[in-house]
Design a binder for this molecule. Structure first.
Ligand code: AMP
Length: 215
């Protein structure tokens, strides 16, 4: 299964991708996670990307595309993959089509999660993540049992540098201007499936499974 998760920041792409990874045994490829790893390690790529990420702007295509190309060629991505946070522009989508064609593959499902902007701001500004295992929390909707500590592993919870209100509003603007046109792009290709993302995690997962298993 070759899947793309499309949707604004905070729509639940990462959360749902992690659930589908467990269910179908294919990897989640998150360009945001890959970039954050580079930033944390202080690589040259990470240092270039950091300034864009902190402002909520898109990192230049050449950086993103070389990273994705390398990741898609790895063994674990050969029987399928879930792209999360990529492509984010029509230019990236066209480059992905070309890359997949060279590899003899194509996208089968574009799962678009639809959520209103004000809900996204609330979700993102309250979001916390475990430094150790990546488990996600929300200060209001899914608080940890002990403040600042992960229920699963006891790791320390942190707030992403770009989850403050000002940067969130900019990320949403960038989404509407540059990423939302991909809905039309994939609709024309006949692979777009829109899902109501303003529901519980479990309800959204069920909608996704219904699509992927054509129920
Ligand atoms: P995310 O974790 O997907 O919300 O991404 C966090 C940040 O990483 C974004 O706000 C961008 O600055 C950068 N980023 C992630 N994926 C891409 C992409 N496909 N193209 C450009 N920038 C990206």
């Amino acid at each position: 299964m070759n899947i793309i998760f499309l949707g604004p920041p905070g729509a639940g792409k990462g959360t749902q991708a992690k659930i589908l990874v467990e269910k179908y045994g294919i990897p989640q490829i998150s360009t945001g996670d890959m970039l954050r790893e580079h930033v944390a390690k202080g690589t040259e790529l990470g240092m270039k990307a950091k300034e864009y990420m902190e402002k909520g702007q898109l990192v230049p295509d050449e950086i993103i595309l070389s990273m994705v190309k390398e990741r898609l060629s790895q063994d674990d991505a050969q029987k399928g993959f879930i792209l999360d946070g990529f492509p984010r522009t029509v230019a990236q989508a066209e480059a992905l089509d070309k890359l997949l064609e060279e590899m003899g593959k194509k996208i089968e499902y574009v799962l678009a999660l639809i959520v209103p902007d004000e809900e996204l701001v609330t979700r993102l500004t309250g979001r916390r993540t475990c430094k150790n295992c990546g488990m996600m929390y929300h200060i209001k909707f899914k608080p940890p049992k002990v403040e600042g500590k992960c229920d699963a592993c006891g790791g320390e919870l942190y707030q992403r540098a770009d989850d403050n209100e000002e940067t969130v509003r900019n990320r949403l603007k960038v989404y509407h201007e540059q990423t939302a046109p991909l809905i039309e792009y994939y609709k024309k290709k006949g692979v777009l499936f829109e899902v109501d993302g303003n529901k519980s995690i479990e309800e959204i997962t069920q909608q996704l499974i219904n699509i992927l298993e054509k129920k």
